[in-house]
Design a protein around this ligand. Sequence first.
Ligand SMILES: NC(=O)c1ccc[n+]([C@@H]2O[C@H](COP(=O)([O-])OP(=O)(O)OC[C@H]3O[C@@H](n4cnc5c(N)ncnc54)[C@H](O)[C@@H]3O)[C@@H](O)[C@H]2O)c1
Length: 434
Amino acid sequence: MTEPRTIAPASGKLGLLMPGLGAVASTLIAGVLHSRQTGEAPLGSVSQMAHIRLGKREENRNPLIREFVPMAELDDLVFGGWDPLSPNALEAARHAGVMKDADLAAISGELEGVVAMDAVFDQKWVSRIEGVRVKTETNKMEQAEALIADIERFRTENNCDRLVMVWCGSTEAFQEPSAVHASIEAFEEGLRNSDDNISPSQIYAYAALQSGVPFANGAPNLTTDLDCIVELSKREGVPIAGKDFKTGQTLIKTLIAPGLKSRMLGIRGWYSTNILGNRDGEVLDAPENFQTKENSKLGVLDTILQPEVYPSLYGEIDHKVRIDYYPPRGDEKEGWDNIDIFGWLGYPMQIKINLLARDSILAAPIVLDLALFMDLAARAGESGVQEWLSFYFKAPQSATVNDPEHDIFIQQTKLKNTLREWMGEVPVTHSEAG
Ligand SMILES: NC(=O)c1ccc[n+]([C@@H]2O[C@H](COP(=O)([O-])OP(=O)(O)OC[C@H]3O[C@@H](n4cnc5c(N)ncnc54)[C@H](O)[C@@H]3O)[C@@H](O)[C@H]2O)c1
């Protein structure tokens, strides 16, 4: 046993604020309401369904994570968000077409009650969307102040004890960090001058942190990877995490690549292509938005395979990622992977994967887990980048100068060992003694 952390209790209501009430956010809200109403398990949620082993195997201690750590309950959650298009979560769910009308019927009143606040939106960053519910402020500092006022109003009106924010908005156009992102001072000056390099998602992150609200980034936008936002999260003592929910093809990639590497099988090429017909697919059809996603998807293999350590196995991989917007498919995307591998004596072999997934069904439980774990982290006194939540991200942010960890099994161990340490339990090393 180690000394446990002091973690404040999860009393009262937890508000989950989502910029972007689209397919993912509406599916998350609908799923939580459905679970609350029916008592059915929230499938795919690690925080709700996974057990955690404590101590040595023979001790047979294996509680549910949600019973081991002091976590908010599903009944404590209140939902809110901003969107330039969706008027409320019911309309968003209907537009997304992820859930059947029959599944929405019993919760339609509650979904309709989640009314979108007017968004901070700029079409320069998402060319395929014509925003209609958009804040009238044009100065970026005034936009941030308007968001801070929204956050405080939501907190009071819903009697929330604590809040968390998870970005479920569209992927913004590709961007490199610039001078305005170098420090809090430069960023605030940039907000006052409405600097062109400050995107809407950055304004939400700033507003959240200034309000003491943890912020997780589900899209591949830079948002939390910026020096100014990291500095602000530390100064305000608030956790941040990012970026880009790990679902679909990348989830499969991070399941398979560590397995091949563990057996020292070589990889010569990995070709991934997707067809996707939801609004996310439409936004990603714009080359400047796709570039943001492509960068986030491409980083995965290098870190897992360590080509610098294993040049003969992974030094020469052609890694290609394609996404095509194909409206007939809606949210039910299809992905194909062709993996050219080689083994003993260099003989080539191939793996083909055909994944018929539902994007938002895979992403929704990630939003729930991130909200609950970010709230836990805040109550445990954490601030800055929450690397232990890398498990959920395609392009995880590292808290140090080290590369982020992409191997999902190492990420899972890190997540569970962090919880063990906070609760005063020894980390599980899977050694002979343990
Ligand atoms: N579904 C997945 O598997 C998955 C995986 C990884 C990442 N993501 C990312 O999650 C995000 C949400 O995905 P989705 O399928 O729900 O997309 P979606 O298009 O259905 O929803 C995004 C919503 O964000 C809104 N929006 C755009 N700019 C905004 C702003 N400035 N403020 C507030 N709202 C804004 C849009 O109007 C839209 O309703 C996307 O960025 C996507 O790339 C999704």
